[in-house]
Write a protein that binds this ligand. Structure first.
Ligand code: PXP
Length: 250
C-alpha cells in the first residue's frame, strides 16, 4: 500500500490596505475630503481583508478620530500601526483594534524607514507587548528580515511579525534576488518558531508577485502604491488588481 503525504492547503494570503495617504491628501487642504473612511468602505466592498492605519505622533495623516470612525464604518479587522510609546499604548487599549503593529517612528522620516529593533529593546517592548496582548489585541512587530529580530520577537511572545520589504522593493537585479531569499528564509524561520509572518512596505504591482509566492506569509499590508494607482484607476480597480496578482502568485 502506498501512502501519500496529506496535501497542505495554503490559506489565502490576506491583503490589508493601508489608507494613511488618503488622509495625507485630505490634510493637505485641511478639510474633510478625501475621507479615509470612504476608502476603508471601498476596500471592504471589494473584498480586502483588513484596514491598516498608522496614527503617527505628529498626526501627519491619520488623526485620532479617524480610528474610531474607521472602526465604526467597516467590520474589517483594523491593523493599528503604532510607535512603542505610552500615548499609543493607551490609545490602543481604549480603541481595542484587532491588531497592533509596533513600528519604529522618527519624527523627521518620510515613512517608516527601517524595522523595529526588537532585539535591542526587549526590556522596553516586553511590558507593551504584554499589555496589548492582555487586552486581546494581536501584537505584531514590524522588523527587518533578520534572524536575531525573529528570535527577539519570539522571546517577547509576539504572535505575529511583519517583515519589512523595503530593502527588497528598492533593490535591483542580484541584490533584489538576495533580499527575496532573505524574506523566504525569515518567513520560514518565523513559521518554524510559531510566529505568523506578514510582510509589507514598498510593494507594487511589479514586485508583489515574488513576495506573495512565499508560502508561509499570511498577510501583506500595502498602502502608498495602491493609493497612488487609485488616482489613475480608482481604488476599487487598484485593490482588485493587487488581489489578482497575489492570487496568481499562489
Ligand atoms: N506595513 C507597515 C508596518 C508600514 O509602516 C507601512 C507604511 O506605513 C506599510 C506596511 C505599507 O507600506 P507602503 O505604504 O509602502 O505600501
Amino acid at each position: 500500500m502506498t501512502t501519500t503525504a496529506p496535501q497542505r492547503l495554503q490559506p489565502r494570503l490576506r491583503l490589508g490596505v493601508n489608507i494613511d495617504h488618503v488622509a495625507t491628501i485630505r490634510n493637505a487642504r485641511g478639510g474633510e475630503h478625501p475621507d479615509p473612511v470612504r476608502a476603508a468602505q471601498i476596500v471592504a466592498a471589494v473584498g480586502g481583508d483588513g484596514i491598516t492605519a498608522h496614527l503617527r505622533e505628529d498626526r501627519r495623516h491619520i488623526r485620532d478620530e479617524d480610528i474610531s470612525r474607521i472602526q465604526a464604518a467597516t467590520s474589517l479587522p483594523l491593523n493599528f500601526e503604532m510607535a512603542a510609546t505610552e500615548e499609543m499604548v493607551a490609545f490602543a487599549l481604549r480603541h481595542k483594534p484587532h491588531a497592533a503593529c509596533i513600528v519604529p517612528e522618527r519624527r523627521e522620516e518620510r515613512t517608516t524607514e527601517g524595522g523595529l529593533d526588537a532585539a535591542g529593546q526587549h526590556n522596553r517592548l516586553a511590558p507593551i507587548v504584554s499589555r496589548l496582548a492582555d487586552a486581546g489585541i494581536r501584537v505584531s512587530l514590524f522588523i527587518a528580515p533578520e534572524p536575531r529580530q525573529i528570535e527577539a520577537a519570539m522571546k517577547l511572545g509576539a504572535p505575529v511579525i511583519e517583515l519589512h520589504t523595503g530593502e527588497y522593493a528598492h533593490a535591483e537585479g542580484e541584490a533584489r534576488a538576495a533580499e527575496l531569499r532573505r524574506l523566504y528564509d525569515m518567513a520560514a524561520l518565523a513559521a518554524h518558531c510559531g510566529i505568523e509572518p506578514h510582510a509589507g512596505h514598498g510593494l507594487t504591482y511589479e514586485n508583489v508577485t515574488a513576495v506573495a509566492a512565499i508560502p508561509q506569509l499570511a498577510e501583506l499590508n500595502i498602502g502608498h502604491y495602491l493609493i497612488g494607482e487609485a488616482i489613475f484607476t480608482g481604488l476599487e480597480a487598484a485593490v482588485l488588481k493587487m488581489r489578482e496578482l497575489m492570487d496568481t502568485a499562489r
